[in-house]
Design a protein around this ligand. Structure first.
Ligand code: NAD
Length: 478
C-alpha cells in the first residue's frame, strides 16, 4: 500500500479527480490517500500561496502528490501554486508524453509519438520582476549549470530507458548567448556521453514550427521552462486535445502528477470534462511507485475505450466516434474494459523499476573571476544621449571609464542612429581603465560620484571574465 497526497483542485478538478480515483480503485491500485485543500478557496481566504503549511507537511511526508488543476485568482499578489510546488520540492523534470490516437481521435499527425522533457525550476519562472523606471519593467531569466545538467541528463537517461533513438534540444541561443547558450553547451557535453542516441538542436522558433507541422520527426525534446510550457500545450492539442495529456513532475525526493490542462471554468459543473489527462498522470504515478501492472491495466483499458469510439465532447467526431459520453459514462466504459487490451493500438507494457536516478551534481572547481567593468542602469528622461554621456564622462573615477550606452540593448552611444526609439531606461557600460584592475571599492566610488552628480542609478550589473573569457553580452551594434 502506498500512501499518497491528493488535491481535488478547482473548476473541473473535483469531477476529473472523482473519475480518476474510481478507475484506480476498480483497477486494484494499492493506494491510501491524504486529501489536502489547495487553490482558489485557500487563496481567497487570504493565503497568497494557495496552500497551508500543514498541507505542505502532508505532501512532503508522502512524497507522491496527485493534483487536479487549480484556478489562480486574477489580480496581483497571488503566487502560482504550481510553480511554487515544483520549485519548493525540487521537481526539476516535467515529463509530458504526447501521442496520436489515430484513427480514433482526429489529428493531422497520425504518426506522432513524442515526449517533451521540460526544465521545471528555472528560466523566467523564477518570478523575479521589477519596475525600474516609469517606462520599463524587467523579468530576470536565471539559468544554472546544475539545472541544465540535471534536466539534460534526465532526457538522455529517459531515452535510454524507453528505447528512444533521438533527443532534440530547443533553445534560442542565437539571441540569448549566455542563458540559452549555457543550456546548449551542456546539451552538447552530455550528448557526447550517449553515442548510441542521436542528438540534434533547433532554434525554438523554427523548432516549434517543425513540431507543429511534422511532430513524427521528434522523439524526445528537451528544453527550457517557458519554451517547454508552450510547446507541450501545442503538442497535446495537435495530438487531439489538451484534455488528453498527463504530466509527471519528478524530483530527487518527491514527485507530483497532474493533467497538463487547467481548471476549464467554461465547462465546470456540467460533468462533461475529459478525465484522460489526470488519469494518464495517475498512470505515470503508478509506474513511479512500482505498481506497473495496474498502470498497464488502466492504460490498456483506456486505449480500448478510445478505440471503441467512446468519446467525451472534446474529441467526439461524427463518423469516427460511436458514443458521445459525459465524464461518468466514460469512466464506467473504461472500468468495464479493465483487463482488456486494445485491438489496434499496441498494448502498453511498463518496465519494472523504471525510476531514473541521476548522480548527485558535483560542483566544478571555481574559475578565476575578474571584474572587468560595470553596467549602471540609469533612469533618465532626456532625449539627447550626448547630454547623458557628458554627465557620465564627468565622473572622475580612477578605475572606470564610460565605454558605451545602450537603450533596450541597442547601442545609442557612441555613434547611434537617430531613428532608434529610446525609453527612459539607459544601460551605461563602464569598463576598467587599461592600466588598472577594477575593484569593488572603485565601483562603490563610481556609484557615489554618480549619486553626487544627481544621476539616478536604478541597478548595477558587474561585468566579469571567467578564466579570462568575458562573460556578459555585448551591446547590439557594438
Ligand atoms: P484550460 O486548460 O483550463 O482550458 C483551455 C481549453 O481547454 C478550454 O476550452 C477548456 O474548456 C478545454 N479543456 C481543458 N481541460 C479539458 C478537459 N479535461 N476536457 C475537455 N476540455 C478541456 O486553460 P485556461 O482556460 O487558460 O485556464 C483556466 C484556469 O486554469 C486558470 O485559472 C489557470 O490559471 C488555471 N490553470 C491551471 C493549471 C494547473 O493547475 N496545472 C494549468 C493551466 C491553467
Amino acid at each position: 500500500m502506498t500512501r499518497i497526497t491528493i488535491a481535488k483542485g478547482d473548476g473541473i478538478g473535483p469531477e476529473i479527480m472523482e473519475a480518476t480515483l474510481s478507475i484506480l480503485e476498480a483497477a486494484g491500485a494499492q493506494l491510501a490517500y491524504d486529501e489536502i485543500e489547495i487553490g482558489e478557496k485557500v487563496y481567497l481566504a487570504g493565503n497568497t500561496a494557495g496552500i497551508s503549511p500543514e498541507a505542505w507537511d502532508t505532501i512532503r511526508r508522502n512524497k507522491v502528490f496527485l493534483k487536479a488543476p487549480i484556478t489562480t485568482p486574477q489580480g496581483g499578489g497571488y503566487k502560482s501554486l504550481n510553480v511554487s510546488t515544483r520549485k519548493f520540492l525540487g521537481l526539476y523534470a516535467n515529463i509530458r508524453p504526447c501521442f496520436s490516437l489515430h484513427p480514433y481521435v482526429s489529428t493531422k499527425h497520425p504518426k506522432m509519438d513524442l515526449v517533451i522533457i521540460r526544465e521545471n525550476e528555472e528560466d523566467l519562472y523564477a518570478g523575479i520582476e521589477h519596475q525600474q523606471t516609469d517606462e520599463v519593467v524587467q523579468c530576470l531569466k536565471l539559468i544554472s549549470r546544475p539545472g541544465c545538467e540535471k534536466i539534460i541528463r534526465y532526457a538522455f537517461e529517459y531515452a535510454k530507458l524507453y528505447g528512444r533513438k533521438k533527443v532534440t534540444c530547443f533553445t534560442k541561443d542565437n539571441i540569448m548567448k549566455q542563458t540559452d547558450g549555457l543550456f546548449r553547451e551542456v546539451f552538447n557535453e552530455i550528448a557526447a556521453e550517449y553515442p548510441e542516441i542521436t542528438n540534434d538542436h533547433w532554434i525554438i522558433d523554427i523548432g516549434a514550427a517543425k513540431l507543429a507541422n511534422a511532430p513524427q520527426d521528434f522523439e524526445v525534446i528537451v528544453t527550457l521552462n517557458l519554451y517547454g510550457d508552450i510547446i507541450s500545450d501545442i503538442a497535446a492539442e495537435i495530438a487531439g486535445s489538451v484534455g488528453l495529456a498527463g504530466s509527471a513532475n519528478i524530483g530527487e525526493e518527491c514527485a507530483m502528477f497532474e493533467a497538463i490542462h487547467g481548471s476549464a471554468p467554461m465547462i465546470t459543473g456540467q460533468g462533461i470534462a475529459n478525465p484522460s489527462g489526470l488519469l494518464l498522470g495517475a498512470v505515470q504515478m503508478l509506474s513511479h511507485v512500482g505498481q506497473t501492472q495496474v498502470a498497464e491495466k488502466i492504460q490498456n483499458a483506456w486505449l480500448k475505450t478510445i478505440e471503441d469510439g467512446v468519446h467525451t465532447f472534446d474529441i467526439y467526431k461524427d463518423g469516427v466516434s460511436t458514443r458521445r459520453v459525459n465524464t461518468r459514462e466514460f469512466t464506467e466504459a473504461l472500468i468495464a474494459n479493465l483487463g482488456q487490451v486494445p485491438q489496434n493500438f499496441p498494448a502498453v507494457s511498463y518496465q519494472e523499476n523504471a525510476r531514473i536516478q541521476l548522480p548527485k551534481y558535483e560542483r566544478k572547481a571555481p574559475k578565476q573571476k575578474t571584474l572587468q567593468g560595470v553596467d549602471l542602469f540609469v533612469h533618465w528622461s532626456g532625449t539627447d544621449v550626448n547630454e547623458l554621456a557628458a554627465q557620465l564622462k564627468a565622473l572622475s573615477s580612477s578605475e572606470f571609464e564610460l565605454a558605451l550606452i545602450t537603450n533596450r540593448g541597442i547601442k545609442v552611444y557612441p555613434g547611434g542612429f537617430p531613428e532608434t526609439f529610446c525609453t527612459d531606461h539607459w544601460r551605461c557600460r563602464f569598463m576598467a581603465n587599461n592600466d588598472t584592475t577594477a575593484t569593488k571599492k572603485g565601483l562603490i566610488e563610481l556609484l557615489s560620484q554618480a549619486e553626487s552628480a544627481g544621476i539616478d542609478v536604478v541597478k548595477t550589473e558587474n561585468l566579469y571574465a571567467f578564466d579570462g573569457k568575458a562573460s556578459y553580452s555585448l551591446g547590439q551594434g557594438q
